[in-house]
Design a protein around this ligand. Sequence first.
Ligand code: FE2
Length: 384
Amino acid sequence: MKKLITLKLFLIILFSQSLSQVPDNDNFIITHGPWLQYTGQTEVTIMWTTNKPAIPGINLTGPDGKARFIRNSTDGIVDGGGTLHKVKADGLTPGTSYKYSLHSVQVLKYQAYKVYYGDTLVRRAETFVTPSKGTDKVSFTVFNDVHELSGKMASYLRNNNVAGQEFWFFNGDMVNFLQDPAQLFAGFIDTAVAFFAAAKPFYLIRGNHETRGYAARRVKDYFTFEDNRFYYSFDWGPVHFTVLDCGEDKPDNNRNYFGLADYNAYRMKELEWLKEEVKSDAFHNAKYRIVMIHMPVVKEEKQNWAMKFLSDNFGPMLSVAGIDLMMSAHIHRNVFYEKGKSGFTYPVLANSNNSFVTVVAGSDGIKAVVKDVSGKTIAEYNIR
Ligand SMILES: [Fe+2]
């Protein structure tokens, strides 16, 4: 009898132990997103996070009703195993509406000779539209200097005619610093997702505040940048956009950078890229050329060290290249420098930290409207 009780006890302990060893696959959820990144005429990149490691994929359905399951791979290894996910779909048709749903397979164990999968999460379908070829109009909105005040950004969006925009630029200083990547979500990504980012992309432009703190080294993981650079260009409708990275505001040897700043060399490398960029066919053949940069490249503004560097080195090159508009931020004031009055041949619209700008570029020129948090128009500019 005693032996039987001991055996029973042994079995109970064994069973309860084996139960406790069943990996926990409850509460496997999507924690952020999806947020769309670069959306070209033939491609889109979709990002999201899960609370537990997963292998990401997307189910993509075109207008013909045919579904495609897409996973990416790098160097022969299927992407995944972490909690931050990025899936690019290419070979798309311009001007076409696609449905997609996120597909996340939980990874319980990931070893050389043993991989255990848990739950599969398939999220409800969302829709995005690829930009059309040869369209003569584009509408977009610019936010900047939000400095993690996502409530203010939500007010912008409530007054933004979201349905009428094709994409958004976040022109720098969206956060105060980056010690923890979670600041990106609380600061602006989650708000973008709540209003539009599952269906339309935003483009992050680095300001001087996105460079500060340990997690500044991880910014590229959370977004998509052409050729993995913070300076790049793309075309949408009649506009060729040149996106520039201003770097930090103070000299590299400033004590606040603790010997970790190397922006002089970085900006000179960027300048070499810009030299080629302004010679490119895409730049020349576009109906309009708009330069996006966090710090205004002007001569008149009271300049910090970086702004002086940019106006000495970048301004003359952009002046000769011929651009129609520069859109900037950083100075926390609304200023419009007319062509010639910026110190260069191009006009500059610097948007404050309490307003946003809607832009329509079409056959009549470029119309930029500056609006306050309640959506009231502060100023309107027509560039022809
Ligand atoms: Fe700034």
